[in-house]
Design a protein around this ligand. Structure first.
Ligand code: SF4
Length: 250
């Protein structure tokens, strides 16, 4: 007992106390800010590997962006990545960052289905499906439950079976051979159930968008409850987004 207390005192608090106010290192690329400085727009559009940049009006779609940073390297006076990791939203168009705007990306409370806050505010169990992903988002989602991020303290956990889940978290661009397993997993979850897309590949196909090896028809059939951008998704982006979705965000 005394030894345990000594270890506790020695190691201190390991979990992040306030997950809404973490200062991430400058190397982290979060929500971008686009200045109104005139640039050769088509050149930056051409530079972007995923078609995330649009010209006239100049925007970056965080649902397509893989946060490679190439646009900011090319024109640091035009595009700057902040360390703001709170980028999840339930509105697809909310992922469009526009020229001259510097405002947080948020979950629209009015757009959340009533049953989500009613049933899942105290406890939310999620089944994760890697639908052709590269294991990067999956690794970060695993990290959500470690002692540092400690997502379990909010009642949010990943479970091994869809029968025990309240919702599904999809990572990866949804390859053809994962289309059926994804549908089977979704069907096995009892109603009401939620769908979360984690990462640019799940949201838009990412660098694989348009590939004949994908089958994204699942997404045409259901309403998506949360879009979590990133490549990979940061645990703080995911946890803050899910908390906002179930009505426990700050
Ligand atoms: S950081 Fe995003 S917007 Fe910029 S070039 Fe890379 S993918 Fe495109």
């Amino acid at each position: 007992m005394i030894d345990d207390l000594r270890i506790l005192i020695h190691q201190g608090r390991q979990y992040i106390g306030d997950i809404t106010a973490v200062k991430l290192p400058e190397s982290f690329r979060g929500r971008p800010v686009i200045s109104q400085i005139p640039v050769n727009g088509p050149e930056l559009v051409e530079l972007c590997p995923t078609g995330a940049i649009s010209n006239e009006p100049f925007t970056i779609d965080l649902g397509k962006c893989v946060f490679c940073g190439e646009c900011a390297f090319a024109r640091p006076d035009k595009i700057r990545f902040t360390q703001d990791y709170r980028m999840a939203t339930n509105v697809r168009d909310g992922l469009l960052v526009k020229e001259g705007e510097d405002r947080p990306i948020q979950v629209n409370a009015a757009g959340i289905r009533k049953e989500i806050t009613r049933f899942f505010r105290g406890s939310l169990k999620l089944r994760q499906v890697c639908a052709g992903g590269d294991n990067s988002c999956e690794t970060e989602l695993n990290a959500c439950s470690n002692v540092n991020f400690d997502m379990g303290r909010f009642g949010i956990e990943f479970v091994a079976s869809p029968r025990h889940a309240d919702g599904i978290v999809i990572t990866g661009p949804i390859s053809e051979n994962m289309a059926d397993p994804l549908q089977l997993t979704y069907d096995a979850i009892p109603d009401p159930k939620i769908i979360i897309l984690a990462g640019s590949e799940a949201i838009s196909g990412g660098i694989f968008a348009g590939s004949p090896a994908l089958n994204r028809s699942f997404l045409d059939k259901y309403r998506i409850d949360l879009f979590v951008p990133g490549n990979p998704v940061h645990p703080l982006t995911f946890i803050n987004g899910v908390l906002a979705l179930i009505g426990k965000g700050k």
